[in-house]
Write a protein that binds this ligand. Structure first.
Ligand code: SF4
Length: 282
């Protein structure tokens, strides 16, 4: 499937889907690993390639204030445009696992066949497979299905503008607030803040911050982040979730006691703060 949002300059392709703006030579892929330059065209290699598909409670996205109690048909592909060393979904974000092909039509039919009303794009970074998400979300909306996006928010303005009308609820990761934190994750914070600001104006939005020891545990940084969200809208729900060692990062899991202290601080400026992934702690 030919990708959108690129220009050709000489022998190179410039991808304009996300703020990396990769310059891609013939035969190569961009940082996300799924958009390849083939004979002068940019091709979306994960279009319709589904690696994960299951029915989840909406609270697991996490969306705690959007149709609570609903079941969501949740799908993922492969690829991601950030490189968080602790990635909790690394096998599909940074690997290329077995996949099953679903056209957008087939996907919408699969949702309707199960008599479900919700479809979530989740698990890997859905926006690196932008064309499939857009095509499927359009069909889903036309069929009366409510759409959910779980994303790192690392996307350029033009594609975001094109997608906004077709997504009803968003959960966006805010992985830190200072430039040096996002540097450790292979990106920049400003584009994520821009995405959050735009989504907050037009759709249901909840934010997730995975609290990772040694990555984003600076209290001043977290305080500044909470204040920024509060200034945008203090009613935006914030999920502070617990990290567990994964992929290339081996620090012990986040202290639950410390998470409770941080949640207390967040509640000074935000009205809806939840802790996540703490269920197994007695
Ligand atoms: S979407 Fe992929 S190829 Fe395009 S700029 Fe981002 S990382 Fe690079």
């Amino acid at each position: 499937m030919e990708a959108r949002y690129y220009v050709k300059e000489g022998d190179q392709i410039h991808c304009e889907l996300c703020p990396h703006r990769c310059v891609i030579a013939e035969g190569k892929v961009g940082i996300c690993g799924v958009r390849r330059h083939i004979q002068g065209k940019l091709v979306s290699e994960n279009y319709g390639k589904i690696t994960a598909l299951q029915v989840d409670p909406i609270e697991k996205k996490p969306l705690a204030y959007f149709h609570p109690g609903s079941q969501v048909f949740s799908i993922g592909s492969f690829g991601c445009n950030l490189t968080c060393p602790y990635c909790q979904n690394h096998s599909i974000a940074h690997g290329k696992p077995a996949s099953t092909d679903y056209s957008p039509d087939e996907m919408v039919e699969a949702v309707l066949r199960r008599e479900l009303d919700f479809l979530a794009f989740t698990y890997n970074e859905p926006l690196v497979g932008f064309e499939y998400v857009l095509d499927t979300a359009k069909l889903a909306k036309a069929a009366g299905i409510t759409t959910v996006m779980v994303t790192n928010g690392y996307v350029e303005s033009e594609p975001l503008t094109d997608l906004l009308p077709y997504i009803d609820a968003w959960n966006i990761d805010l992985k830190g607030f200072y430039p040096q934190t996002y540097q450790k994750l292979g990106g920049r914070v400003e584009p994520v803040l821009r995405t959050i600001e735009r989504v907050a104006k037009v759709a249901h939005l909840e934010i997730t911050s995975l609290l990772v020891p040694g990555i984003n545990d600076d209290r001043e940084e977290l305080k500044d982040m909470f204040e920024w969200i509060g200034a945008l809208d203090p009613s935006i729900p914030l999920h502070l979730t617990r990290y567990f060692p994964a992929w290339r990062y081996h620090e012990p899991p986040t202290s639950v006691e410390w998470m409770r202290e941080i949640a207390h601080e967040a509640r000074q400026v935000l009205e809806r703060v939840n802790l996540g992934n703490v269920w197994e702690v007695k």
